[in-house]
Design a protein. Structure first.
Length: 64
Protein backbone atom coordinates (compact mmCIF):
# COMPACT_ATOMS: atom_id res chain seq x y z
CA UNK A 1 0.00 0.00 0.00
CA UNK A 2 1.32 3.45 -0.94
CA UNK A 3 1.70 6.10 1.78
CA UNK A 4 0.12 9.44 0.82
CA UNK A 5 0.84 12.80 2.43
CA UNK A 6 -1.34 15.88 1.82
CA UNK A 7 -0.12 19.47 2.37
CA UNK A 8 -2.80 22.12 1.89
CA UNK A 9 -3.32 25.34 3.86
CA UNK A 10 -7.10 25.46 3.37
CA UNK A 11 -8.62 22.97 5.82
CA UNK A 12 -11.81 22.42 3.80
CA UNK A 13 -9.86 21.43 0.69
CA UNK A 14 -7.42 19.29 2.69
CA UNK A 15 -10.22 17.38 4.42
CA UNK A 16 -12.07 17.09 1.11
CA UNK A 17 -9.08 15.40 -0.48
CA UNK A 18 -8.73 13.04 2.46
CA UNK A 19 -12.38 12.01 2.78
CA UNK A 20 -13.78 12.26 -0.77
CA UNK A 21 -11.29 9.93 -2.44
CA UNK A 22 -11.51 6.18 -1.86
CA UNK A 23 -7.83 5.79 -1.12
CA UNK A 24 -8.05 2.10 -0.24
CA UNK A 25 -9.38 1.31 -3.72
CA UNK A 26 -6.26 2.99 -5.12
CA UNK A 27 -4.02 0.90 -2.87
CA UNK A 28 -3.16 4.04 -0.88
CA UNK A 29 -3.34 5.21 2.70
CA UNK A 30 -3.20 8.86 3.82
CA UNK A 31 -0.58 8.78 6.56
CA UNK A 32 -0.55 12.48 7.48
CA UNK A 33 -1.55 16.01 6.55
CA UNK A 34 -0.13 19.49 7.04
CA UNK A 35 -1.52 23.01 6.94
CA UNK A 36 1.66 24.77 5.80
CA UNK A 37 4.87 24.01 3.94
CA UNK A 38 7.20 24.04 6.95
CA UNK A 39 5.12 21.45 8.81
CA UNK A 40 4.85 19.52 5.55
CA UNK A 41 8.60 19.25 5.06
CA UNK A 42 9.07 18.07 8.64
CA UNK A 43 6.45 15.33 8.28
CA UNK A 44 7.72 14.27 4.85
CA UNK A 45 11.21 13.79 6.28
CA UNK A 46 9.80 11.85 9.22
CA UNK A 47 7.27 9.63 7.42
CA UNK A 48 8.90 9.20 3.98
CA UNK A 49 5.59 8.96 2.01
CA UNK A 50 5.45 7.48 -1.49
CA UNK A 51 3.10 10.20 -2.80
CA UNK A 52 2.92 13.88 -1.81
CA UNK A 53 0.00 16.07 -2.82
CA UNK A 54 1.02 19.66 -2.09
CA UNK A 55 -0.58 23.03 -2.64
CA UNK A 56 1.94 25.31 -4.35
CA UNK A 57 0.80 28.54 -2.68
CA UNK A 58 1.00 28.02 1.11
CA UNK A 59 2.15 30.23 3.98
CA UNK A 60 5.63 30.01 5.52
CA UNK A 61 7.01 27.71 2.80
CA UNK A 62 5.45 27.00 -0.61
CA UNK A 63 4.72 23.57 -2.04
CA UNK A 64 7.54 23.67 -4.57
Amino acid sequence: MYKVFIAEDEALIRKGLIYSIKWDELNCNVVAEAGDGKEGVEKIRELRPDIVIADINMPILNGI
